[in-house]
Design a protein around this ligand. Structure first.
Ligand SMILES: C[S@@+](CC[C@H](N)C(=O)[O-])C[C@H]1O[C@@H](n2cnc3c(N)ncnc32)[C@H](O)[C@@H]1O
Length: 284
């Protein structure tokens, strides 16, 4: 396990993912009934952008750095940017919420959260960070195994984020099998799968394989920040969203083009399609 998210926290790929996760959590809060959040590959929880790893790459500058500098951000970013600002009460950007800190901020006392992390140091840090939050369970181990163990949740509503590092050669196979198993247990859950865009043909194959599982309605949302995918460097950030909340597609139709403009230097593009169309889909 070499991957450490601290090098990449707050980069353009993170902000696309986190902005969409925030929109989904906001939607879930429209009903008072409690919901469950499972983050199967949780990372550290939150990141110090002044730490050596972040300083070394400086990737956050072209991600959250750009969004916070935007004079007129779209309202669809409201809750997400407010969560980032709450972590930085002094004003200057120093701390960035990973998906766990974002979810913890954007949920209510009646909601429940489970964070799973395999790296022992990151798991220990995650456990320390959320020690005082009784809504949160922090688990050490394999996120795919946790999908089996923790689903379906008794709340019967909520969000599962699957955000692996794509270090292992068979990560997409593990992810597909993990999703298949999770859907067998909980077909009504909202599942968000993040994927890197490095080469279009690889992404197309990944999405076609997902469609072969016969999932419920699934929306594909992508932002690419440069043209010419060479297979090595990250060109874009993609999310497959199974059972997206009602009208998320409309919010993303506004948000994604704005993100593509803000996060790229003229070559930004977005994609918003149904991998599995929404017919007969009702709000979760
Ligand atoms: C992309 S990072 C997660 C970032 C986090 N979701 C966020 O948005 O802030 C992927 C994380 O998965 C962890 N990881 C790798 N393999 C894992 C596995 N099999 N189960 C759980 N976590 C794993 C890595 O240590 C890393 O912290």
């Amino acid at each position: 396990m070499n991957y450490r998210h601290s090098y990449h926290a707050g980069n353009f790929a993170d902000v696309v993912k986190h902005a969409i996760v925030a929109l989904i959590l906001t939607h879930l809060k429209r009903k008072d009934a409690p919901f469950f959040v499972l983050d199967s590959h949780a990372g550290l929880g939150a990141y110090d952008l002044a730490a050596t790893e972040s300083e070394k790459t400086g990737e956050w500058r072209d991600g959250i750095g750009r969004l916070l500098a935007e004079p007129n951000p779209p309202k669809e970013l409201g809750d997400y940017l407010a969560a980032v600002r709450r972590l930085n009460p002094e004003g200057d950007l120093r701390h960035y919420p990973g998906s766990p800190a974002l979810a913890a901020q954007l949920t209510r006392p009646q909601d429940r959260l489970a964070f799973v992390e395999l790296h022992p140091e990151d798991h220990a840090a995650l456990k320390r960070r959320f020690a005082g939050d009784r809504r949160v369970g922090v688990h050490h181990g394999d996120g795919y195994a946790a999908l089996k163990r923790l689903l379906p949740p008794p709340e019967r509503r909520g969000l599962v984020l699957i955000d692996p590092p794509y270090e292992a050669g068979d990560e997409t196979t593990q992810l597909r099998q993990g999703l298949a198993e999770a859907l067998r247990r909980w077909r009504g859950g909202i599942f968000v799968l993040w994927y890197p865009i490095k080469r279009r043909s690889v992404v197309d194959r990944f999405l076609a394989d997902l469609a072969m599982l016969g999932p419920p309605p699934t929306l594909v949302a992508e932002v690419t920040t440069r043209l010419g995918e060479d297979g090595d460097r990250l060109a874009g950030s993609g999310l497959a969203i199974v059972n997206p909340p009602w009208q998320l597609d409309q919010a993303l139709a506004v948000l994604l083009p704005r993100l593509a403009t803000i996060l790229a230097d003229g070559d930004g593009r977005h994609r918003l399609d149904w991998l599995v169309p929404e017919a007969n889909h009702s709000s979760v």
